[in-house]
Design a protein around this ligand. Structure first.
Ligand code: FAD
Ligand code: NAD
Length: 337
């Protein structure tokens, strides 16, 4: 079986790994420059001339593991050294107070950046990067296919990739809908399954004195603040904080300028840590499709068995890295005999 996977995030990597282990031929396509999807890092300028740039996690910050299948995979990654436990004691900002919020939850990061895990899972899977798929077409009754048809993918660059027995689509739902055009599966995708998030990195002139390394923010415009140097395996990172705006504010500020976002982030963060922070460098990244909308039920994987087309993503099972991994495993299980 020859399978095309669109999206080199955690879902795509997980599906690719499982399918290849069972002997399928897999090709992965992604519009981005590198694999990782929302477990990505961006190159951030450093003030240290010896290390002018370093990567910083702008998307997923850590993950938890609850499902036995994911826990088992995690054991392997820990043994390989691609994942480490991030032992930070969470703080919570609520009712105008920053307080410890110890919970005993184990949290994990991939090292040296979050996208390294996706890269490792993909291994030597054939991968077309900088390749935005713009069209999927299915032609019936090809003699070469066991499944009564064959998929051809077309890219924005004008390339054509024929000869696939199955397609696994792992883009965010809105992008799946665009790609599916008139296909009946498009109608099954609920709108607004994923909500936006502005991520802002602040490199500070001096260290935050408060001992908190990771803060769950329950009021105001932010949702999360984390001292990136506190994560295991992040060498060379100085006093660099990554802040996420909550979904409601991100939606309201969707078209805000970097200056507006940084000013607001700096003000809020100063209030939370109780210290006026001075910013030496900053970077903003807008995620249009970030977190699962809690007002929606998780739809599960959407499948067209006749055409061997599967829509799978973190959103299928309710968001988060763990669910992306599980969605990839489920997609592979549907296709495997
Ligand atoms: P994605 O990672 O979105 O992968 C989809 C891929 O498809 C992308 O690489 C995209 O480039 C590609 N693509 C889309 N359209 C096309 C096309 N037409 N052609 C080719 N390629 C295409 N989860 C946690 O568990 N813990 C966290 O702390 C956490 N924090 C987060 C913070 C932020 C700001 C964000 C954005 C997400 C966070 N998440 C977190 C969620 C987590 O990142 C996701 O659940 C997970 O990475 C989703 O993986 P995925 O493969 O399903 O989707
Ligand atoms: P988790 O159990 O650490 O966190 C889940 C949520 O529970 C947190 O967002 C937080 O609101 C709350 N929480 C957890 N521990 C807390 C504590 N000690 N004190 C106060 N509140 C606490 O991790 P998870 O279930 O694997 O969730 C993944 C994380 O990814 C969450 O933090 C989620 O917000 C985050 N995420 C963020 C985005 C985004 O767009 N910014 C997108 C997807 C996921």
């Amino acid at each position: 079986m020859r399978v095309a996977i669109i999206g080199a995030g955690m879902t795509g990597a997980s599906a690719a790994h499982q399918l290849r282990q069972s002997g399928a031929e897999v090709v992965v396509f992604d519009k981005a420059r590198g694999p990782g999807g929302r477990m990505t890092s961006k190159r951030v300028e450093s003030l240290d001339a010896a290390l002018p740039f370093y990567p910083l996690d702008f998307g997923a910050q850590y993950f938890t593991a609850r499902h036995p299948l994911f826990v088992k995979a995690l054991q392997g990654w820990l043994a390989q050294g691609v994942v480490q436990r991030w032992e930070f004691d969470p703080y919570v900002w609520q009712h105008g107070l920053l307080l410890p919020s110890h919970d005993g939850q184990s949290r994990y990061v991939s090292t040296p950046t979050m996208h390294q895990l996706v890269k490792t899972i993909l291994g030597d899977t054939p991968l077309h990067l900088n390749c935005r798929i713009t069209e999927l077409s299915f032609s019936q009754s090809s003699f070469s296919s066991k499944h009564g048809g064959e998929w051809t993918l077309s890219s924005a660059e004008g390339a054509s990739y024929p000869g696939f027995d199955a397609v696994v689509l792992t883009c965010p739902p809105a992008q799946c809908r665009q790609l599916l055009a008139e296909h009946p599966l498009a109608l099954q995708i609920a709108p607004e399954l994923l909500l936006p998030c502005w991520a802002v990195s602040l490199q500070l002139q001096s260290a935050v004195e408060h001992p908190a390394d990771g803060i769950f923010v329950k009021e105001g415009p932010l949702s999360w603040c984390a001292r990136q140097s506190a994560k295991p395996g992040r060498t060379g990172i100085t006093e660099q904080w990554l802040l996420h705006f909550n979904a409601k504010t991100s939606l309201q500020l969707l078209e805000a300028t970097p200056e507006e976002l940084v000013a607001l982030a700096q003000l809020e963060f100063s209030t939370i840590v109780g210290q006026k922070v001075e910013v030496s460098q900053s970077l903003c990244h807008r995620w249009l499709y970030a977190s699962f909308n809690p007002a929606q039920p998780a739809p599960g994987l959407l499948t067209d068995k006749t055409q061997q087309l599967i829509l799978a993503g973190d959103w299928s099972l309710g968001g988060r890295v763990e669910n992306a991994y599980l969605a990839g495993q489920q997609a592979a299980a549907i296709l495997l005999p």
